[in-house]
Ligand binder design. Sequence first.
Ligand code: PLP
Length: 234
Amino acid sequence: MSVDESELGTEEAHRALVEVIAQRHSAVQARITDAGGSLERTRVLAVTKTHGIEVARAAIDVGLVDLGENYGQEIERKAPMLDRPEARWHMIGGLQRNKVKKIARYVALWQTVDRIELVSEIAKRAPGAAILIQVNTTQEAQKSGANPDKLPVLLEAAHDSALDVRGLMTIGPTDGSDPAPGFALLRSLADNWKLPEVSMGMTADLERAVQEGSTMIRVGTALFGARPAAGQAP
Ligand SMILES: *Cc1c(COP(=O)(O)O)cnc(C)c1O
């Protein structure tokens, strides 16, 4: 079998990308342990949103099998292209009800369930699916996520719909204030409801999240560099 030059170029580019991402992954792991965390306790979700499929492929080959996407149409486009059966796609962006059906077959974990209509739609399109309830822990009005006082109702609905509630997810404050109180709140809510998964922490605030007991940090920039603007991805 002959390998033409463009394929060779692609293979070389892939190897170079794997090397860069592996180094950055090591740096992220060092940040976790330097913050007093452990790599067994806190998993790294690689946020590939707006990056091309080659980035997702390289991430998998570094061992980052959990991939996060914000836009339903991006999961729809990328998931069938990714020739890596070990990949696990996580929906981490604001979710519209009418997008659930199209991506249901690809999503391993729905992280942004924050209202009853999403509970029913996911239960209908992906029976028994694993979900996280997204909680707005910072009381910022414009932010998605359920109010903490809505949690009991959502958990009950998810339970009644036979969804597998793995835990809770939150996004730190967007105004630059200390993320620790919101993270501590999410951790205490998860403990209270005996939920194992606590998804919190991103590139800028992962140390605080690790210190407050994050089981999954969602990291894009620290692994892949600055993102191309949404819609411009190849
Ligand atoms: C984009 C995004 C991330 C990753 O952000 P970085 O700052 O690039 O690490 C994590 N979580 C959510 C919900 C996001 O939208």
